[in-house]
Ligand binder design. Structure first.
Ligand code: GLN
Length: 287
């Protein structure tokens, strides 16, 4: 049985070697995912694809591999990213949704369930809409609102929600400034704010530095600028007994919980991501 040694699998293997030699991270995964896209088959089915590539397919694949060699992220090449149950369109205005953030959604869902599964949820700085759309899709009895400072990002997020057939109320807003008048109070606030220290931005890998919008990454000199703003501005849109779920950068969870505590929130603890790193800080507000 020679299928897989002469077919698609072999083409992917050669491309992976080329990417590896160019120092591209996760070369095999990149090569396989991009080939799956070109051939229109699932990644797991590449082994069973015995036909040689057509000229068009070869040309398209070579162009994809050239872009990946320049460290363009696979999701940017494809124009979409997978996040929980969703296939989300991404563009230069939106951060590529990270698997880390899936655990932030998980933490928010737990809180929603502890409230009986139906409440008002606000996602601040939604980007491609990953958090808001996931929550709306996975807990359809919630009312989900989401904001972003970028109208272009909101356009992408609206398209993503529409494509997934879920209802999210998207609003243009800089963090929670002036939001109370238009949306009233919510029960759960969730956010993945920019949290990279400004001085660390230039150390990020090219996939992030050159392709994610800096405004979605830069958390100011100590990486905590947006947490300060959230603790300052969010109480206006939070009801008594509301909960807050914030994605945090590596090593920031304790500091964020502590600052929230000093700003009048009750720190509830943190939740890890799949690699075991504390990724979501949980707080509540009661009076
Ligand atoms: N997790 C992203 C990264 O390190 C940063 C996202 C953010 O700042 N919220 O690439």
């Amino acid at each position: 049985m020679q299928v897989g040694t002469t077919g698609a699998r072999q083409v992917a293997r050669e491309a992976a070697r080329e990417l590896e030699n160019a120092g591209v991270p996760e070369p095999a995964a990149s090569a396989e995912v991009l080939l799956s896209e070109v051939l229109g088959v699932g990644r797991a089915d590449l082994s069973f694809y015995g036909k040689p590539l057509t000229e068009d397919q070869t040309e398209k694949y070579q162009a994809f591999i050239r872009r990946r060699k320049q460290r363009e992220p696979v999701q940017r090449i494809l124009g979409y990213a997978y996040f929980r149950n969703l296939k989300l369109e991404v563009n230069g205005e939106t951060l590529i949704p990270r698997s880390d953030t899936e655990s932030v959604v998980e933490a928010a869902l737990e809180l929603i369930d502890s409230r009986g599964g139906s409440c008002r949820v606000l996602d601040l700085g939604t980007g491609s809409g990953a958090i808001a759309i996931s929550i709306a899709q996975e807990r359809p009895s919630c009312e989900v609102l989401a904001t972003d400072i970028s109208e272009a990002a909101l356009e992408v997020a609206r398209c993503n929600a529409c494509r997934e057939g879920v209802n999210v109320d998207f609003r243009l807003s800089d963090v929670a400034e002036d939001l109370e008048r238009s949306i009233g109070k919510v029960d759960i606030l969730v956010s993945n704010p920019p949290y990279i220290e400004t001085a660390d931005i230039e150390k990020l890998p090219p996939e992030v530095l050159c392709w994610d919008p800096i405004s979605a990454l830069d958390g100011g000199h100590d990486g905590l600028a947006f947490y300060r703003r959230i603790f300052d501005e969010a109480p206006a849109v939070l009801g008594n007994g509301s909960d807050v779920v914030l994605e945090v950068g590596d090593g920031q969870a304790e500091e964020v919980l502590d600052r929230g505590g000093r700003a009048g929130f009750i720190p509830l603890g943190s939740r890890p991501d799949l690699s075991g790193t504390p990724r979501a800080a949980l707080l509540s507000l009661r009076w």
